[in-house]
Design a protein around this ligand. Structure first.
Ligand code: NAD
Length: 361
């Protein structure tokens, strides 16, 4: 296959990956000239935030443990009050995409340097995307100011991520890579990262479900999540992410679970339009049918496979289909309302994904 024309651009970010790397946080803060860091976390991760403040030594000034899903602006306002009162000169976010989002929102408002220490596989730390909610409305923006300067991946911190959340968060990461493989603005380097990211996660996630403390598997999963995050940060997303944004925004469905349920169906939807990209997904999964392989990965690990099991009302499916086609993202296969409504119906019922040419089985 001849290489297609492409544009390649990489963002300047320093990545420290390993086990016990949280110990390097003071040194990393020093590299950025941060002397009065604000540590950010959710209420659930308050203990780890305290440990982090200690690890920062003289460079830690305060903690704010109120991070919440979808980055509500009133939470950012509360954190900003501490930024001002404590003369904060940088943030260190420790947690999943929700906490990273708060760090990014502060970065957007202040321009202060951010260190992010991710503890899930969501991948937000590698993107310049920020979704904020105000008055129940979520708006998403892309701005270089929200990009973290330094990302510290510490495998030890992921050991406590519950097995089911690990699985759904890992499939959320794979979704970034899958859509990167057929993105209009993809390139050969990102495709290598995407395929390797899916491969690493596909091997690691079942092992983590069996044994959450399996450090080798945890390490592979975090490595895969990093790669998938780079892909998300460098390409535009398509129908899969559009559907998840609609379902999360209008029906308040949980983020990682929604990605887990939708991904096999989105892959089936696009399979005939981008067969080479979908073949790479299948190869990375080690199966012949990418959509079915993703469905089995979720189902065999005990993750949800039906929208009805994660809070989606059946009478909302028509509205979801309307919203998905109203302002569509670019997608390799045209967005057809009837086909999208059928996809949503199958995803709601938890049916096995069906490609355009028939059943994936
Ligand atoms: P999350 O950050 O909401 O975390 C879920 C829960 O798990 C939280 O209570 C958290 O404290 C806890 N947790 C996280 N890591 C843990 C660990 N290692 N051990 C124990 N508990 C842990 O979930 P998420 O799926 O990482 O993030 C979802 C949010 O991130 C959504 O708002 C989504 O829109 C956003 N997101 C943004 C981007 C982007 O590029 N902007 C990318 C992906 C996700």
């Amino acid at each position: 296959m001849a290489v297609q024309p492409f544009v390649y651009e990489s963002a300047p970010v320093r990545v420290v990956f390993g086990s016990g790397t949280i110990a390097a946080v003071a040194e990393e803060a020093g590299r950025l000239g941060v002397a009065r860091a604000l540590v950010l976390s959710t209420p659930q991760q308050e203990a780890v935030a305290k440990r982090l403040l200690e690890a920062l030594g003289g460079r830690g000034a305060a903690t704010f443990t109120g991070a919440r899903m979808h980055t509500p602006t009133d939470v950012t306002d509360a954190a900003m009050a501490i930024v001002a009162a404590k003369r904060i000169d940088g943030t260190v976010a420790i947690g999943g995409g929700s906490t990273t989002g708060l760090g990014k929102a502060i970065g957007l408002r202040t321009g202060l340097p951010q260190i992010v220490i991710p503890t899930t596989y969501a991948g937000s730390e590698m993107t310049s995307l920020l979704g904020e909610t105000e008055g129940g409305q979520k708006r998403t923006l892309r701005d270089p100011r929200v990009r973290p300067k330094t990302v510290i991946y510490d495998v030890e911190l992921t050991l406590t991520l519950p097995p089911l959340l690990s699985l759904t968060s890992g499939i959320n990461a794979m979704a970034h890579a899958v859509e990167g493989l057929y993105a209009r603005d993809g390139n050969p380097v990102l495709s290598l990262m995407a395929e390797e990211g899916i491969r690493a996660l596909a091997a690691a996630l079942p092992a983590i479900v069996r044994l959450p403390a399996d450090k080798a598997a945890r390490s592979d999963a975090l490595y895969g999540a990093w790669l998938c995050g780079i892909v998300l940060g460098s390409t535009s997303v398509a129908i899969h992410h559009k559907l998840c944004h609609v379902l999360g925004g209008a029906f308040d469905l949980p983020h990682a679970e929604t990605h887990t349920v939708i991904l096999p169906h989105a892959v089936a939807y696009n399979a005939s339009a981008v067969p080479q990209a979908i073949a790479r997904v299948a190869r990375a999964l080690g199966v012949s049918d990418a959509a079915g392989g993703l469905f089995d990965l979720a189902r065999n690990g005990g993750a949800p496979t039906a929208l009805r099991d994660i809070g989606m009302p059946e009478d909302g499916l028509d509205r979801a289909a309307d919203l998905a086609v109203a302002d569509p993202y670019w997608n390799p296969r045209p967005i057809e309302r009837t086909a999208i409504r059928a996809l949503l119906g199958r995803a709601w019922a938890g049916e096995r994904p069906r490609t355009a040419s028939g059943s994936s089985e």
